[in-house]
Design a binder for this molecule. Structure first.
Ligand code: ADP
Ligand code: MG
Length: 676
């Protein structure tokens, strides 16, 4: 058995367990060992007198009564037992765990973990701590219905016993010693079974470094490839058709758009591999620039691909680019996960035969069945939403095609270096002429009707409105319920005067598409949505953005949402409905009402996040990590960046003996990513 074997190799793991683990992202034994707890219950016993009401803690005492089991309600069972803790008689109560009865023997010591009810002198017990589990810290994992804590822990224990000895360190010994990091074996042990707080802290520190290090090594490898002129592609585009295409556009390019088009075209023509980041505020016109660059690649005899993070966006870009390219005899194909088998087959054929020039899709583009005739240029929209391996996979679809990454959220230079790997950067720092700044107002929840009345005034002038439903919890179910409630409320409010529709993440792609189309075409005037509209959706007639519970969103997301409106010639409005409960959230609302400038907002966002604002979000322009945060753990990120650079410069193909653990890990990782 080996670390990269399927978890099904483990004793007692059948198909059901495999599926449940798969839902948690665990397929191999290695992934199981590196599935870390997100927190620990502190099992250090503390004196009763120190505890607050409702605080969770470990209680150690002597059993002073027989346990008593009673039933109440149709299916509820209660177990009560009296304990003497710190010379206080306390009742311990467990619900629906009658089998715990045997654990309570009068006059014997017992340890339980539970919640302290001070007024009643009662512990509502959660678990009985046995001798074996008596560590100070009890790991808590993120689990699901098919995979409970206990089962997961026992699987991890088994895997640890059988496989942990085979772990080869991915961080070379010299680096590990220099930064006083743990070996992979110790990391895994101290994460899952820490003997004390110090062990768990050390494990976390190593885990964050290791996560950043692996990321940085891959970025460094990509960059290394870029520096090899042999690895690049020359795209000798034709100027005449390119000029002609630009002439067919319904508007004149801004000076900034012209400048970045020139920067990109120079890269296309040059033999070195292009790896450029295009940043520009929402609405600054990045899509057109991407279209011009893709068209250039086509005139050079190559195919081009545009990869976007969501199906709605793919669909939108497909519509839009098909229209733009209509006069130019360019064939555009859409490839998403929700195509019907026959459509998919047709699309794949067109891509493979070269009949299609431009492919637009989601990460469906990088699946193993997709083959291009001659992919020369790739555009990745919202690139931080894709992992390093996904970026690499798209490159491997061609002979190392030139890459243009786009982001609507500018990030400071130092963070760009560590998270984007010193890409060349082009910036669109100008909005198309005639755009008026969006007027943003912040209202309290009890003023929501005022916002609705203002919205109705706009609707009366022929505008359309987005309404973003509150995001109250982490649960999709709860948020969906909120969106549905809001939809009903607005349907009643607007009555027969305006048509309201609901768009949310759990709809089928076909339903989403139909709803979006009805809104785009103006059959629907008010679109109630969860944040699925967050990126890129372009409906020029939408001039009102009404966001409920706006304080629940990060600045980057708020700015992106606001950027959905004000794309036409008329004045647009954004209403933030929020009753923020802390100072940082208040600041977020104030900054939103004060500026429309994405660069100013991005800086404010980083500052607030540095102050402990945890609203890091998908729109922040930064890649997502599981453990580390690029801002709070910035020093670690910088260190990992530097050592990864040095390592790849010295040993680009990872041949040195001390780099074998790393090489093996990256190979396994890339193989695993091919499955998705
Ligand atoms: P981004 O992707 O940067 O948010 P888009 O490319 O979607 O922005 O452009 C926003 C809107 O502005 C679109 O409706 C687009 O057609 C329009 N647009 C782009 N460039 C110009 C321009 N130079 N002049 C006028 N309108 C433009
Ligand atoms: Mg866009």
């Amino acid at each position: 058995m080996a670390l990269d074997d399927s978890v099904s190799q483990l004793a007692g793991v059948g198909p059901k367990t495999v599926t449940a683990l798969g839902d948690l992202g665990i397929h191999t034994l290695r992934e199981l060992l590196f599935y870390f707890p997100f927190r620990y219950d502190d099992l250090k016993a503390r004196p009763l007198a120190e505890l607050q009401d409702q605080e969770k803690a470990l209680f150690k005492g002597v059993v002073i009564s027989e346990p008593v089991i009673s039933r109440f309600g149709p299916h509820k069972i209660r177990l009560n037992v009296r304990l003497l803790i710190d010379s206080v008689a306390v009742i311990a109560t467990f619900f629906n765990q009658p089998w715990l009865k045997d654990k309570f023997v009068p006059d014997e010591e017992v340890a339980i973990y539970g919640k302290w009810n001070e007024p009643q002198k009662r512990v509502v017990g959660m678990k009985v701590i046995t001798q074996q589990t008596q560590n100070e810290l009890d790991p808590i994992y993120s689990v699901n219905k098919g995979m409970r804590q206990k089962k997961l822990i026992s699987l991890i224990q088994t895997a640890f016993k059988q496989e942990a000895a085979g772990l080869v360190d991915v961080i070379p010994a010299e680096i590990r010693q220099h930064y006083r990091l743990l070996t992979d074996f110790e990391l895994v042990r101290q994460m899952h079974f820490p003997r004390n707080q110090a062990e768990s802290t050390a494990a976390r520190r190593t885990a964050i470094f290791r996560e950043f290090f692996l990321f940085e090594v891959q970025i460094a490898q990509l960059r290394q490839q870029d520096q090899d002129p042999e690895q690049g592609l020359v795209l000798p585009y034709q100027l005449a058709p390119l000029r002609q295409f630009i002439g067919t556009l319904p508007f004149k390019l801004t000076a900034a758009q012209k400048r970045v088009v020139n920067e990109i075209c120079a890269d296309l023509k040059a033999p070195a591999h292009m790896n450029r980041l295009l940043q520009g505020d929402v609405g600054s016109g990045k899509t057109v620039v991407a279209a011009i660059a893709m068209f250039a690649a086509v005139t050079a005899g190559f195919q081009a691909a545009l990869m976007v993070p969501t199906e709605i966006l793919a669909e939108q870009h497909f519509q839009k680019l098909s229209r733009l390219f209509a006069p130019m005899q360019v064939t555009v194909t859409l490839l998403t996960g929700s195509l019907k088998p026959a459509e998919r087959e047709q699309a794949l054929q067109a891509i493979k035969s070269g009949r299609t020039n431009i492919v637009i899709g989601t990460h469906a583009l990088i699946q193993s069945g997709v083959a291009f005739k001659a992919l020369g240029f790739v555009v990745i929209d919202e690139q931080h939403r894709f992992g390093v391996n996904q970026r690499r996979a798209l490159r491997e679809k061609g002979q190392n095609p030139d890459v243009l990454a786009m982001t609507a959220t500018p990030i400071p230079r130092t963070l760009a270096i560590t998270t984007y790997g010193e890409m060349a950067i082009s910036t669109i720092d100008e909005l198309p002429a005639g755009r008026r700044p969006i007027e943003t107002h912040w209202l309290k929840t009890n003023q929501a009707n005022q916002a609705l009345a203002l919205t109705e005034q706009q609707l009366a002038q022929g505008d359309q409105a987005f309404v973003i439903a509150p995001l109250i919890s982490d649960s999709d179910q709860v948020n969906l319920k909120n969106a549905e409630d809001l939809y009903e409320r607005l349907t009643k409010y607007f009555g027969a005067r305006y048509q309201v529709a609901l768009l949310h993440g759990q709809m089928t792609p076909a339903d989403k598409e139909a709803t979006m189309a009805a809104f785009s075409q103006g059959q629907v005037q008010v679109l109630v949505a969860t944040t699925v509209v967050e990126v890129g959706v372009d409906v020029p007639n939408a001039n009102v953005m009404l966001i409920f519970n706006a304080d629940r969103f990060g600045l980057a997301t708020l700015h992106q949402l606001r950027g959905r409106v004000g794309r036409g010639q008329r004045q647009a409005y954004c209403y933030l409905i929020a009753d923020p409960t802390n100072e940082v959230a208040v600041k977020r609302m104030e900054i939103m009402t004060a500026t429309n400038d994405g660069f100013v907002l991005a800086e404010a966002d980083l500052k607030l996040r540095g102050q402990g604002d945890i609203f890091g979000d998908k729109q922040s322009g930064l890649p997502e990590f599981r453990l580390g945060d690029p801002i709070t753990n910035n020093n670690t990120l910088m260190a990992a960046h530097q050592v990864a650079e040095e390592l790849i410069t010295a040993d680009p193909t990872l041949r040195q003996p001390d780099h074998q653990g790393l090489a093996q890990y990256l190979r396994a990782q890339q193989a695993a990513d091919q499955f998705d």
